[in-house]
Design a protein around this ligand. Structure first.
Ligand code: GLC
Length: 472
């Protein structure tokens, strides 16, 4: 498999049905992505925006049907783009028939989930206890996310077999691979060990050798492309990252490299100013990891220009001028989209995370106004708004637009030998937001000056002094 891939993430409700997405492929294709990753399109009661699946082999009617899906695959293929689906593997929805049967102690399904007679004191990522009492079974089940998302028991070979079937089902329908949700928290071994993890130890604990082995068996085929989403990024050491990506995954994110508050987890959703020096050093280190996927945005984060307070063009240069084998663009990022103007009423928020943050802040004594202020900057719903296609067309016509800047950079990323092969050498990583580095290949040496505070022009020039790209 070719080593470098550009991925474009689509959060489907922000575009519409599968047909709407297919219609937009010609526009998206101008960024030359190898893959389009679709966040979940499976049947779901939509408690967590599709990440609560009630049937992995059915398409949610809000997106259309299998024939629309086939058309989407065909259009993508015409543009030489593969479609990646989102494999939500750690948990299902409580509405899934496996759970319904497991609750009823059905012989085949009784151990599909993690059931305990007595709960232990773990917290879920969405706040509150990670165990819920189930009236029907008379036991507690584990849910690392919302209580409507029970954790599957990967120690059960039947569960692994189910996913083998699901992978087969979709690859037979032309899917090029998968993004694997919460890939490092599948093993619940720590339950048996009786360990009550402290929050920070918790993330590292989860990725066990057994989990990696299960994933390797499931996913290491050369015929599919796989990218992992390990959670708890800041705690993900490079050793763990390498172990996870050794065979099972072609690439993996590590959101911890962004060095801003992880707005997702209940434990750490406070914003703090970027420590530029630390951040740049971390990026330089991680970007040299062969399988590292540098993503500045996703459906789980607010928009990058708002989050970093930076010019979208400078962010684009950061993403595409560093060594970057698997960069991932989140839909709308290429327009420089900022955070949405969200409502002041918490009941208008569809996402579980926003409501969780709100509840916690209120519990901690914040006023309604203070809590809403925080929700508005940290909400995942900021990045889940409909794409403004009118704006897209306007930007297409404007030579100096962020969109055309992105297209130029993705073109350079794809074709420029120095960006493809060049070694990285950091010249300056300053607390004032200046990041200067070289990309060196053969006799050619690019010098890159980035100013995240936009006080000076950001640019990249070659050995002869020719400016190849600049922010203004
Ligand atoms: C992943 C998804 C996120 C979801 C969570 C639970 O982290 O990216 O959106 O809420 O898993 O499935």
């Amino acid at each position: 498999m070719k080593k470098r891939k550009l991925i474009y993430q689509v959060y489907p409700t922000a575009i519409g049905s599968l047909r709407d997405i297919a219609d937009k492929i010609p526009l998206i294709a101008k960024l030359q992505p190898d893959y389009i990753w679709l966040s979940p399109i499976f049947l779901s009661p939509w408690v967590d925006g599709g990440y609560d699946v009630s049937d992995y082999c059915k398409i949610d009617p809000r997106f259309g049907n299998m024939s629309d899906f086939n058309k989407l695959i065909a259009v993508a293929k015409k543009y030489q783009i593969g479609v990646l689906l989102d494999l939500v593997i750690n948990h299902t929805s409580t509405e899934h028939s496996w759970f319904k049967k497991s609750e009823r102690y059905d012989h085949w399904y009784k151990d599909y989930y993690v059931w305990l007679n007595k709960p232990i004191n773990w917290d879920s990522f969405f706040g509150g206890p990670a165990f819920e009492y189930d009236q029907i079974r008379g036991k507690y089940y584990l849910h690392l996310y919302d209580k409507a998302q029970p954790d599957l028991n990967f120690a059960n070979p039947r569960v692994v077999r189910e996913f083998r079937q699901i992978i087969k089902f979709w690859t037979e329908r032309g899917v090029a691979g998968f993004r694997v949700d919460s890939a490092n928290i599948l093993a619940e071994k720590s339950l048996k060990a009786g360990i009550l993890p402290r929050v920070s130890g918790f993330f590292n604990y989860y990725q066990t050798k057994e989990t990696v082995a299960i994933l390797e068996k499931l996913l290491s085929s050369n015929k599919i492309f796989t990218i992992a989403e390990p959670i708890g990024g800041e705690f993900l050491s490079r050793a763990r990252f390498r172990e996870l990506t050794r065979k099972a995954f072609d690439a993996s994110f590590n959101i911890g490299t962004l060095d801003v508050a992880d707005t997702f987890f209940s434990i750490k959703d406070k914003f703090y100013p970027v420590n530029y020096r630390k951040w740049f050093r971390k990026l330089a280190k991680w970007s040299q990891e062969e399988k590292f996927s540098l993503a500045l945005e996703s459906h789980d984060t607010p928009r990058a220009p708002s989050r970093f307070g930076a010019d979208p063009k400078v962010l684009a240069m950061l993403q595409f001028l560093l060594p970057s084998n698997f960069p991932c663009i989140y839909q709308g990022q290429e327009l420089g989209t900022k955070n949405a103007k969200l409502s002041n009423n918490i009941n208008d928020y569809p996402g579980v995370q926003s409501r969780m943050v709100y509840r916690r802040l209120r519990r901690e004594g914040r006023t309604r106004v203070q809590a809403m202020k925080q929700v508005k900057i940290s909400s995942r719903d900021n990045a889940r708004q409909p794409i403004d296609w009118g704006e897209y067309i306007l930007q297409e016509k404007d030579e100096k637009s962020v969109l055309n800047f992105y297209r130029k950079l993705t073109d350079m990323w794809r074709n420029d030998p120095v960006l493809i092969n060049g070694a990285l050498k950091v010249k300056k990583a300053s607390q004032k937001g200046i990041f200067e580095f070289y990309r060196i290949y053969g006799n050619e040496k690019y010098y890159i000056h980035l100013d995240l505070r936009d006080k000076t022009i950001s640019y990249c020039k070659n050995t002869k002094g020719t400016i190849l790209v600049s922010s203004r």
